[in-house]
Design a protein around this ligand. Structure first.
Ligand SMILES: [Zn+2]
Ligand SMILES: [Zn+2]
Length: 299
């Protein structure tokens, strides 16, 4: 359905929606997809879900992450206008639906889908539980530590440094351009989702970010899965350091509260985290709860 006709059809019923729902609808329609080119042939696509990156080569197209089915269709349509080359490779930074649900739009048009082995396992587990395996396009290629491949004059390398946001997050490095897609290893000034059910670990996450900072350099441009209002989805290594410090602040705060005898419910009532002033907005309970569970988990 076209956006315009949807709006017309919906106009009569919009009045019946709550203010929050109206706001959500307005945000949705005021926020169409956007493409920003980072170099002549590498760009990012944002609409709804985790930031997508793409490489338009002279002979082929490579895409990193796929948002949701409608969003990936928007991306594919637009890239087809800019290039008549085939989609060779779709990379998933990790399994979450806001990064892989759009894979299905690439069915039959992309040669290969690549992700960390744990990302594939997680994607399958979630899809089986949700009974929507028919809506998935799974990776047909996986790796465990490092994967590198040549595509369109780029050397693309994936690195796995251990548990972070899940147990299957990759850094995706376009070496020549020196651009790294971090997936959800970085929530830039936004409270993160910590998927403990899929093996996330906040202490290890800090180490993963440190390894990324050491591996890449001060000229590297990083792409983030998500950012807080008013913050960019791209930046430099300092953002990774800041986010690692933020995770450390959450763990330190919750540890102190536990030691002070506070209950889980009391801890989850916090509205700010000391030392993490730039992290505002919704979702603070998620990292607090994850930190509480991690710190109180029996070894
Ligand atoms: Zn995400
Ligand atoms: Zn995620």
């Amino acid at each position: 359905m076209h956006r315009r006709s949807f709006l017309q059809n919906s106009a009569l019923t919009i009045g019946a929606l709550s203010l929050a729902q109206q706001k959500l609808l307005t945000t949705f329609f005021d926020d169409p997809w956007k493409i920003s080119m980072l170099t002549k042939n590498i760009g990012i696509f944002t609409e709804r879900g985790g930031t997508i990156a793409f490489l338009l080569g002279k002979k082929e197209i490579v895409v990193v992450d796929s948002q949701f089915p409608d969003q990936s269709k928007h991306l594919i349509d637009e890239l087809k206008k800019r290039s008549d080359k085939p989609f060779r490779l779709l990379i998933n930074t990790h399994h979450h639906g806001d990064h892989t649900a759009g894979n299905i739009s690439f069915k039959g048009i992309v040669d290969h889908v690549l992700a960390h082995a744990n990302s594939l396992t997680n994607q399958k587990n979630v899809a089986i539980a949700a009974k929507n395996e028919d809506k998935q396009l799974y990776p047909d290629q996986t790796y465990t530590d490092t994967w590198c491949g040549k595509h369109a004059k780029e050397n693309i390398c994936l690195y796995y440094y251990g548990a972070g946001h899940t147990n299957g997050d990759s850094f995706v490095h376009f070496e020549h351009a020196n651009i790294v897609h971090c997936g959800d290893l970085v929530f830039n000034r936004r409270h993160p989702f910590v998927d403990r059910g899929a093996g996330a670990n906040m202490k290890s996450w800090i180490e993963v970010l440190d390894k990324g900072i050491k591996k890449f350099d001060s000229n590297t441009t990083f792409i983030y899965g998500h950012s807080g209002t008013g913050y960019e989805v791209t930046g430099k290594a300092d953002d990774l350091k800041k986010f690692g410090d933020y995770l450390g602040s959450v763990l330190k705060f919750v540890d102190g509260e536990i030691k002070a005898g506070k209950s889980k419910d009391e801890i989850l009532k916090a509205t700010t985290i000391p030392g993490a002033d730039e992290w505002k907005g919704d979702g603070i309970q998620r990292p607090l709860q994850a930190a509480y569970e991690e710190l109180t988990a029996k070894a």
